[in-house]
Design a protein around this ligand. Structure first.
Ligand SMILES: Nc1nc2c(ncn2[C@@H]2O[C@H](COP(=O)(O)OP(=O)(O)O)[C@@H](O)[C@H]2O)c(=O)[nH]1
Ligand SMILES: [Mg+2]
Ligand SMILES: [Zn+2]
Length: 296
């Protein structure tokens, strides 16, 4: 059965649902035990004049992030790929690319790296792009000022559901408006414009572009807290090129930080793992101590 309804946004007791046969949006109710999230496919029942969610169809995957306490929080479902957007300005903070990649890999969602605002400094991301292409990631260099830079990126969005991720101000909304001219995402600092602060930036919303049959999920607060609480054993699973060496460490519970006969540390020494990626892995493991309830 082809699903007919898809959640575009949720509120406390109601959700906005798109009818995929005519792309009309309607507000529907849901009972508390259901926890629908953006991107869910659902069935509806009608009671009196109201529509209500009857069932959430099984999810292919779920993208999660941390809440303020480091707990895993579901954000959006049934995502094919995640566009990880970085910019020349505001420049990426240390480890943020790897943190996003860990989140994507652990959620089993294909990450695509987009380095934006290259009009400001054309060579800014050249080395970084090279590093990540070598690891097998798709990398795009874009500028909203140079229309030709988004042509290839546009092609990978067709017929897919894509989650936009990236710090505030990197150009998520501006890029989306260019990629999907029928959409109208607000650009600039929304929080500043409305004066409503953090609340306005936490709305996850699904958009649809009929001409490209592409779904886009914009979640401005996606990186507010970053990765949820993870152990080194989980984090290492987010580093693609480490996988082939796992299992060869002396200790089965190796954290790959200090242990003797660690296959990861050896691979770094042999030049088989990029030293910078390894250092980043170590810092990400260390950063988990900021969540107070470390229990691994
Ligand atoms: N120079 C330049 N500015 C850009 C580019 N993309 C976005 N901007 C600007 O960066 C600011 C933030 O963009 P916005 O799309 O709102 O970022 P978001 O917070 O990630 O959605 C806006 O002033 C945009 O005009 C780009 O490729 N080059
Ligand atoms: Mg935006
Ligand atoms: Zn090890």
């Amino acid at each position: 059965m082809v699903p007919q309804y898809r959640i575009t946004a949720t509120q406390k007791k109601t959700a906005a649902v798109m009818d995929l046969s005519d792309y009309q949006i309607r507000q529907v109710f849901f009972s508390r035990h259901l926890k629908p999230i953006c991107g869910d496919y659902v069935t509806l029942t009608q009671d009196n004049d109201d529509y209500r969610i009857a069932e959430i169809l099984p999810r292919n995957n779920v993208f999660s992030r941390a809440d303020g306490q480091g707990r895993k929080q579901h954000l959006a479902a049934n995502i094919d790929q995640i566009l990880i957007i970085m910019a020349v300005s505001p420049e990426p903070t240390r480890d943020i690319i790897n943190r996003y990649l860990v989140a994507a890999e652990l959620n089993h969602i294909e990450p695509i790296l987009v380095f934006n605002k290259i009009d400001l400094k054309s060579d800014f991301f050249i080395n970084t792009a090279h590093t990540y292409r070598q690891l097998g990631y798709q990398v795009f260099m874009t500028s909203t000022q140079q229309a030709d830079t988004i042509v290839e990126l546009q092609k990978v969005l067709t017929h897919k559901t894509t989650l936009l991720a990236g710090q505030s101000g990197v150009g998520k909304s501006s890029l989306s408006n260019l990629l999907f001219p029928t959409l109208d995402l607000k650009t600039g600092d929304l929080a500043k414009k409305t004066g409503k602060g953090a609340h306005t930036t936490s709305v996850t919303r699904l958009y649809f572009d009929a001409s490209q049959e592409a779904f886009l999920i914009d979640s401005p607060g996606v990186w507010e807290y970053g990765l949820w609480q993870l152990s080194p054993i989980e984090i290492v699973g987010g580093f693609r090129e480490f996988q082939q060496f796992l299992g060869a460490c002396k200790f089965s519970n190796c954290t790959h930080s200090h242990e003797p006969n660690c296959a990861i540390i050896q691979a770094v020494a042999d030049g088989k793992i990029n030293e910078k990626r390894y250092q980043s892995f170590i810092r990400i493991c260390e950063s988990m101590k900021y969540w107070h309830h470390t229990d691994y």
